[in-house]
Design a protein. Structure first.
Length: 133
């Protein structure tokens, strides 16, 4: 993977993420590691399996916030769109099986999450080799 920050766009905006913490690369690497062990996505998946709308919305909101703080642009946008869909569904009072549209949006979110994780692993390897971030 290239050491060019543009290589990670649109998934991870390194310049913005580092800028949020005064270009502290060590801290950003630590934050990336913390994201890898964060359970928000798995908690979201679990709530989705139970069709638990309040918890789906809560975990989508959590994922959205973490993505925003780390400048994970695509993940943030996808989580925000998913959260809005859940909020609208929750407000409609619908119960029971979740609509296919929501399942589809979750599939999109999951693909973006997986790609973001893949890029974080590449960044971590570069950083540990003294070449990245």
């Amino acid at each position: 993977m290239s050491k060019d920050p543009q290589e990670y766009l649109p998934y991870i905006n390194l310049e913005e993420g580092l800028g949020r913490i005064r270009n502290n690369k060590k801290l950003y690497a630590k934050m990336l590691n913390s994201f890898m062990s964060n359970t928000a996505f798995e908690d979201l998946r679990s709530a989705l399996a139970k069709a638990d709308l309040p918890n789906i919305q809560y975990h989508a909101h959590t994922l959205k916030g973490v993505a925003a703080n780390l400048s994970f642009k695509l993940l943030y946008n996808s989580a925000a769109e998913f959260e809005l869909s859940v909020k609208e569904l929750n407000q409609s009072g619908q119960t029971g099986e979740l609509p296919a549209k929501l399942e589809s949006k979750f599939s999109e979110l999951e693909l973006i999450y997986q790609k973001t994780i893949e890029l974080i692993k590449a960044l971590k390897a570069e950083y540990e080799a003294g070449e990245g971030l």
